[in-house]
Design a protein around this ligand. Structure first.
Ligand SMILES: C[S@@+](CC[C@H](N)C(=O)[O-])C[C@H]1O[C@@H](n2cnc3c(N)ncnc32)[C@H](O)[C@@H]1O
Length: 216
């Protein structure tokens, strides 16, 4: 039976990712995902320094956070945040083993992206990859905007509408948003500072696109 409420949907999603976390983590670490994220993040200037706070919202097994450290950034603190407890635990193990992240201050918090347990304007940078597809886009963007400082950046990496996007949609049970809808919803809270297409020689190029958004 299809879930009727957001809470039921959230618990289905959490159970799904708790079940696949270990396999998902292996797949992501083999397909060059982290290197693609790192290359992109190196190409922008998110103005991150030793006093900065960073959130990976919907971090899953932490591959985007690892890509962020691989790009050379060293903030004061990073929070990985996800519905799936197992994904966060798998991510913690990788962060502990990775020489770029093991001595960094990186915490894990479990919860729903629509109700982030952080005060307004807590973060200098939010990274979010492949997550808002599980929630109403306007609600997700508005909650991410709430926790960002004015002028702070959101590196938003949604699933790209494409054939591969449709296959992932079916396998991972989410809803891809048209790029026109993303642009329309984003400008309610953000200035669009850039858009980036990964090369098709990168695995991420088949499924993801980047919007660099600056909180108004
Ligand atoms: C496709 S995975 C992406 C994970 C990671 N960002 C990456 O790029 O590998 C989607 C993640 O979103 C999480 N998620 C889905 N709905 C969520 C919600 N409402 N709040 C927090 N996390 C959620 C899932 O648990 C899962 O880890």
């Amino acid at each position: 039976m299809a879930p009727r409420t957001m809470a039921e949907k959230g618990s289905k999603t959490r159970n799904f990712y708790d079940r696949i976390a270990d396999a998902q983590s292996v797949a992501l670490r083999l397909n060059g995902y982290r290197a693609s994220v790192a290359r992109y993040l190196r190409s922008i200037d998110p103005e991150i320094g030793p006093e900065s706070y960073v959130l990976d919202a919907g971090s899953g097994t932490g591959i985007v956070a690892e890509g962020f450290y691989a790009a050379g950034y060293r903030p004061k603190c990073t929070v990985t945040f996800d519905l799936s407890h197992r994904s966060l635990s798998v991510g913690k193990e990788h962060i502990r083993k990775n020489k770029k992240t093991r001595s960094a201050s990186i915490g894990a918090v479990q919860g729903n992206i629509l109700e982030l347990p952080f005060a307004d304007a807590s973060f200098d940078l939010v990274l979010s990859c492949g997550v808002l597809e599980y929630v109403p886009l306007e609600d997700g963007l508005s909650e991410l905007a709430r926790v960002l400082k004015p002028g702070g950046k959101l590196v938003f990496i949604p699933v790209k509408p494409s054939f591969v996007g449709s296959v992932l949609e079916f396998l991972y049970k989410f809803k891809t948003y048209p790029l026109s809808k993303i642009r329309k919803e984003a400008v309610r809270h953000f200035k669009i500072a850039g858009e980036h297409e990964f090369k098709l020689t990168e695995a991420m190029g088949w499924s993801k696109i980047v919007f660099l958004l600056e909180k108004k």
